[in-house]
Design a protein around this ligand. Structure first.
Ligand code: ASP
Ligand code: MG
Length: 412
């Protein structure tokens, strides 16, 4: 017998019929002798609907109230799923985050889990219950309801798995695993049987939307055995989804695991910057103070004491960053001008094989050159290379790279 945590996403919980299917799947696992804690998301579209209602009543809604509102989506889900399980004859009990209780910090709308009291869940499991725990929510030390950020039910699932030292945390979603890239862009994309934690972490940070980044971070910290599965395959199918692994099995490891892309970025350049100590700080200090996250950064070598300085930000922050550079930074450092482009995209190749193989980045650049895709910026780390390109060439770049690295082919 093993202890399994199963997280079901919003699409899987989308209607009473779907919830009944989820209940049947849970019953199937229980019949095999497993103990189960189940973490559902809100029904699909529900969180957006709730936050939309809030926006109709306030231009600047307080985070505390947003969390009171948004957390109801998962509360409805746990109640409905518990009923569906009971109708199948299973013993099931629903819990909100605070009933468990899941304690978080007080960063409303993006709280972090601090601790989980597992007493209730352990008692239920011992008595043969399926514990149904609301994802995405918790309570702070002052008793305020909190939520964990969009997609936060993944993190609830992984955190519960860590707290209970579960044998496996299964994330059921509307895709059947982690792919070499998004199959909507590259039809030949291939499902991976396994991927290392480091690669999954990079892919999630670089724009792959399969798992919430914080859940991957959490899984890595506590070495949670994590598996991504589809909730739309038959209950008794042998589909094993994608397993996130922690050992590096070099023999079977392809150089590149996958390609991530992200249209959410924008580029800003400060031109004619007098090159002297402290200049990067004079530009990026005010940006950081305005709470704008910076991603790729490039400073050119200077010619006659003058240089250009470019960086990327989230597209939502573009207007604010542009205004800040024009109004505050440019006059302060006596730069010549500020330009920007919010029609860019970042394409990244990720693979732990890059550590031991030279020339991987060069192969990426060669492929893009062949396709006539101009690279605007490059950034690298040990296991990834990212390029910033014009948004209109993004899909072309992803498809060409997928073919160049032969990701459609299975290794071994
Ligand atoms: N319902 C929340 C959201 O839509 C949390 C989740 O689905 O994981 O972001
Ligand atoms: Mg989700």
């Amino acid at each position: 017998m093993s202890l399994i945590i199963q997280k079901y996403g919003g699409t899987s919980m989308g209607s009473p019929e779907r919830i009944r299917e989820v209940a049947k799947r849970i019953a199937h696992y229980q019949a095999q002798g497993h103990q189960l804690v189940v973490v559902p998301s809100a029904m699909s579209g529900e969180t957006n609907r709730l936050l939309g209602l809030a926006k109709q009543l306030s231009d600047d809604p307080s985070g505390r109230e947003l969390d009171v509102i948004a957390s109801t989506g998962e509360q409805v889900s746990v109640g409905l799923l518990a009923l569906a399980l009971q109708s199948l004859g299973l013993k099931a009990k629903s819990y909100t985050g605070w009933q468990v209780k899941i304690t978080t910090d007080s960063a409303f709308t993006k709280a972090r889990i601090l601790s989980i009291d597992d007493a209730n869940i352990r008692r239920d499991l011992a008595e043969g219950y399926v514990a149904v725990v609301a994802g995405f929510q918790g309570i702070d030390s002052d008793g305020n309801l909190t939520t964990l950020g969009r997609g936060g039910s993944d993190t609830t699932g992984v955190a519960i798995a860590a707290a209970l030292k579960a044998d496996e945390c299964q994330i059921f979603t509307d895709v059947d695993g982690v792919y070499t890239t998004d199959p909507r862009v590259v039809p030949e994309a291939r499902k991976l049987d396994s991927i290392t934690f480091e690669e999954m972490f990079e892919l999630a940070s670089l724009g792959s939307k399969v798992l919430q980044i914080r859940s991957v971070e959490f899984a890595g910290k506590y070495k949670v055995k994590l598996r991504v599965l589809s909730s739309f395959t038959p209950h008794d199918s042998n589909d094993t989804g994608t397993l996130i692994t922690y050992e590096e099995d070099n023999m079977e490891q392809p150089v590149i695991a996958g390609i991530a892309f992200n249209r959410d970025e924008a580029k800003l350049t400060v031109t004619g910057v007098p090159d002297r100590p402290g200049i990067a700080y004079s530009i990026l200090g005010p940006v950081a103070e305005a709470n704008i996250d910076v991603d790729v950064i490039i400073q050119n070598t200077s010619s006659e004491g003058i240089t250009d300085f470019s960086f990327t930000v989230h597209r939502n922050d573009y207007a604010r960053a542009l205004a800040l550079l024009n109004d505050t930074v440019k006059p302060a450092i006596n730069a010549r001008g500020v330009t920007g482009d919010n029609k860019i995209a970042k394409v990244s190749i990720v693979g732990i094989g890059m550590r031991s193989h030279a020339g991987v980045a060069a192969k990426m650049f060669e492929c893009l050159a062949r396709e006539n895709v101009n690279i605007q910026m490059i950034s690298t780390s040990e296991i990834k290379t990212s390029v910033v390109v014009d948004e209109k060439y993004m899909e072309l770049a992803v498809r060409a790279l997928h073919a160049a690295f032969e990701l459609e082919k299975t290794t071994v």
